[in-house]
Structure formats: structure tokens, C-alpha cells
Design a protein around this ligand. Structure first.
Ligand SMILES: *Cc1c(COP(=O)(O)O)cnc(C)c1O
Length: 422
């Protein structure tokens, strides 16, 4: 698309946007004067859909009416409630329904997956992560290494950008696998890096890992609902994600988990078990040996929080109506427009460190700010822009296709410009 630097152009794009009505289905936070804020922070916490309250209220009503009988008699019975999320969630991450389950929270799921897919030996005990991994992922990986009796100083390997660069290069990952030949047990990468916004080619990384007899898993916290990770085709062994970022399911809401179908029936895999992962036919007999449900559901531990799942169902119904392909198409245009307008500013205070190729990023652009001057971010906040600052020197801007408009992006740039020139 060829972009123009004008409000009329932004308004024309909004007018022609087939998804424009979805903005009206979200609560947009407001300034004191009642105007909408410019919310560009859906990568941190997605906004609340207006129908979310109705979905949650329905479960509260059924609980009030039915008590324990809601497990079987609620309109959306609680016992199989997680199953109502599976098909839509599987579409969002490009998986087969049997490969996907909504359960627990992200870091918990990451641990559960490592219990199964990080089974180190004296020779093969190393884990490769990207150097700027999200802190929780790094803590989880380090603690798993220690739990298995190894030392992160020997066993944790960082895939790092080269000096003076911000992005990771595949050839360096290839080199790491060669250097640590037969020693790497697991590659665990954030599919879309939270800091730089770089999206990795999951299939390429998985192939590479599998060629070296390494298990491969991904954290899709910044991928789910943003990019199409095509998890099944990627061949990854496992993936985990949260639903409160691009999936708009509310603060601290449950996470998702993918286990590739080749592991659907794998009794040799270690796993932490709980009753919700046990064969549904005999779960309530209570005196059986553990017999896991085939597929991702077999990793469930507990009966899940229905109120949180109701919020996820509300959100997934919107994604289903919008269609992920259409969302992704708009997302590329929206972020392309943002990039175009930033480049038009020609201001050396801002460098975009996110890849230029739309295939190598989601909706987020990371602005590296010269001299790590956080005051610019503070002024944006005062002007009603919701974004976030990540140490040491990045402002993350994430226009999301469900509720952001081209006019949001244009107005954001006008505010940014006035602050840069002040
Ligand atoms: C948001 C995020 C988390 C947060 O983990 P929780 O367990 O949901 O608190 C972890 N990892 C990454 C990469 C994230 O972006």
C-alpha cells in the first residue's frame, strides 16, 4: 500500500476498513475530558470487549441459580467449559483442536511443558533462549536447569544479536547448534520478542532444532492474536501463551498451551499430572491410576476458573467473527502506516529497531529513543497516549487491528511530532 501523510488519508482508510465496527465493541479508556485515549498498549493488556461482562454475568447467574449443578446443567456446562474454547483458539494459533488447551497461566504452562520436553542427560543438557527473553521465561528456564541438577552457567545458552545490532540472526543460531553439537536439549524462543518486536520463523527454527535432535518450544505471549504462528505446520513440540495481551481476555486471565499431535499419546514423557488431565470417562471414579487424555488436554491439572474462561470465550467469539486473516491484513497496513509516518518525521531521536519486513514482525514497533530519554514517554502519557516504556531505551507502540484506527495512528504521530518540536 502507498501511504499519504494526511488526516484525510487516515480517515479514508478508516472509512474503507471492513473491520471498523469492531472498535465499537470495546471499552476505550478515556481522558478526564471524556475523549478517548489513544490506546496503543494491547501488547501489554488488551482492552475489554463490551460483551465480556455479559458472558461473565451469565456464569454468575447460573452459579446463583444452580450451585453445584452448574457443572452439568449450566447453559455452557462448567465441566466441559474449556472445550468450548478449543476450536477458536486452535484457529488463532494454527493448530488442530487436539493440540490445544486453555489452562493455568503462561509461566505455569511453560514449566509444565519443560517438565515434559526438557529431559536432560549428562551429555545433552543445554537450553538455548534468545538473549533478550522476557524475564519470567528466563527465570523459568534457569530454575528448570537447576531443578535437573545442572548449572545455568554451563547449561543456559543465549542467542544474542551481534555487537551494535538489535535483532537475532538465524546464522548465529545455526552456529550455536554447531558449537554445542549434541549438547542442546531444548530451544525455547519467544515467537515475537517482547522488546524488539522481532517475529521469528517458527518452522525454520524447529527444523533446525530437530535436525540437531533438540526439542523446540515457543512462547507466543506476543504472538497469539497478533501473528499467525501456524503451530501445527511449524512442527514445534510445544508452545505456551497468555490471553490478556492481544487476546483481550482480562488481567491475569488463563493461558493457552499447544502440544504437537506427535506427542498426543506419549506415555514415556515425564509430566506433572492432575485430575483434569485424566480420562474423562473415569475422572469421577476417583480411584483409578492416572490415565491421561490424549493430546494437550492431558496436561491439565485442575478444574479451571469459569469466570476467566467466560472472558476468553467472549474474546474468541469476536476473533471468530472478524476472521484472523482479515485482522492480520489490516494489522500489516496499520503498522505500515505507523512506520511510514514515523519515517516522515525524519527525527534522529527515534530509531525503529523492529524489522522492516512485515513477515518478521507483528503489529508492534519498538522505538529506540536517543540517549534513553524517558521524558518523551512521560509526555506522551500526559497527552493521553497509552504505550509503554521498556528499559533501557524503548517505547513500544502496538496498534491492534481489532480496536485501533488509522486515525489513532495519525493522531499519535501529531502528538509525538509536537512533543519532539517543543
Ligand atoms: C507477558 C509475558 C509473560 C508473563 O507471564 P505470566 O505467567 O502470564 O505472568 C511471560 N513471558 C512473556 C514472553 C511475556 O510476554
Amino acid at each position: 500500500m502507498t501511504y499519504q501523510n494526511s488526516l484525510e488519508f487516515a480517515e479514508k482508510l478508516d472509512h474503507n476498513d471492513a473491520l471498523k465496527q469492531f472498535r465499537n465493541e470495546f471499552h476505550i479508556p478515556q481522558k478526564e475530558n471524556g475523549e478517548d485515549k489513544i490506546y496503543l498498549c494491547g501488547n501489554s493488556l488488551g482492552l475489554q470487549a463490551t460483551q465480556t461482562q455479559k458472558y461473565i454475568q451469565k456464569e454468575l447467574d447460573d452459579w446463583a441459580q444452580l450451585g453445584v449443578d452448574g457443572h452439568t446443567d449450566a447453559e455452557h456446562a462448567w465441566k466441559p467449559y474449556h472445550e468450548f474454547l478449543t476450536t477458536a483458539m486452535a484457529k488463532i494459533v494454527g493448530a488442530k483442536p487436539q493440540e490445544v488447551v486453555v489452562m493455568n497461566t503462561l509461566t505455569t504452562n511453560l514449566h509444565l511443558m519443560m517438565v515434559s520436553f526438557y529431559q536432560p542427560t549428562q551429555k545433552r543438557h543445554k537450553i538455548i533462549i534468545e538473549s533478550d527473553a522476557f524475564p519470567s521465561d528466563k527465570y523459568a528456564v534457569e530454575s528448570q536447569i537447576k531443578h535437573q541438577g545442572f548449572d545455568p552457567a554451563d547449561s543456559l545458552i543465549l542467542w544474542e544479536p551481534r555487537d551494535g545490532e538489535n535483532l537475532c540472526r538465524y546464522e548465529d543460531l545455526v552456529q550455536l547448534l554447531k558449537t554445542h553439537q549434541d549438547e542442546v536439549a531444548l530451544i525455547m524462543i519467544g515467537s515475537t520478542n517482547y522488546y524488539t518486536g522481532q517475529s521469528f520463523d517458527l518452522q525454520k527454527i524447529t527444523k533446525l532444532g530437530h535436525q540437531h535432535n533438540t526439542k523446540v518450544g515457543f512462547d507466543l505471549a506476543h504472538g497469539a492474536g497478533n501473528i499467525q504462528p501456524n503451530l501445527h505446520d511449524s512442527g514445534a513440540d510445544f508452545a505456551v501463551w497468555c490471553t490478556y495481551k492481544y487476546l483481550n481476555s482480562g488481567p491475569g486471565s488463563l493461558g493457552g498451551c499447544f502440544v504437537h499431535e506427535r506427542h498426543a499419546n506419549s506415555p514415556e514423557l515425564n509430566r506433572f499430572a492432575g485430575w483434569w488431565g485424566h480420562d474423562k470417562a473415569t475422572r469421577f471414579n476417583m480411584r483409578q491410576d492416572f490415565s491421561p487424555i490424549p493430546g494437550a488436554e492431558g496436561w491439565q491439572l485442575s478444574n479451571p476458573p469459569i469466570l476467566s474462561m467466560a472472558a476468553i470465550r467472549a474474546s474468541l467469539d469476536i476473533f471468530d467473527r472478524a476472521g484472523f486473516d482479515k485482522l492480520r491484513e489490516k494489522s500489516e497496513h496499520l503498522t505500515g502506516f505507523l512506520e511510514f509516518l514515523v519515517n516522515e518525521l525524519k527525527d534522529d531521536k527515534i530509531t525503529i529497531i523492529t524489522p522492516k519486513n512485515p513477515k518478521e514482525r507483528g503489529c508492534q514497533l519498538s522505538f529506540q529513543i536517543k540517549d534513553a530519554d524517558k521524558s518523551l514517554f512521560d509526555k506522551l502519557t500526559d497527552a493521553g497516549v497509552v504505550a509503554d516504556w521498556r528499559e533501557p531505551d524503548v517505547i513500544r507502540i502496538a496498534p491492534t487491528p481489532l480496536y485501533n484506527s488509522y486515525t489513532d495512528v495519525y493522531q499519535f504521530i501529531q502528538i509525538l511530532k509536537s512533543l519532539l518540536h517543543a
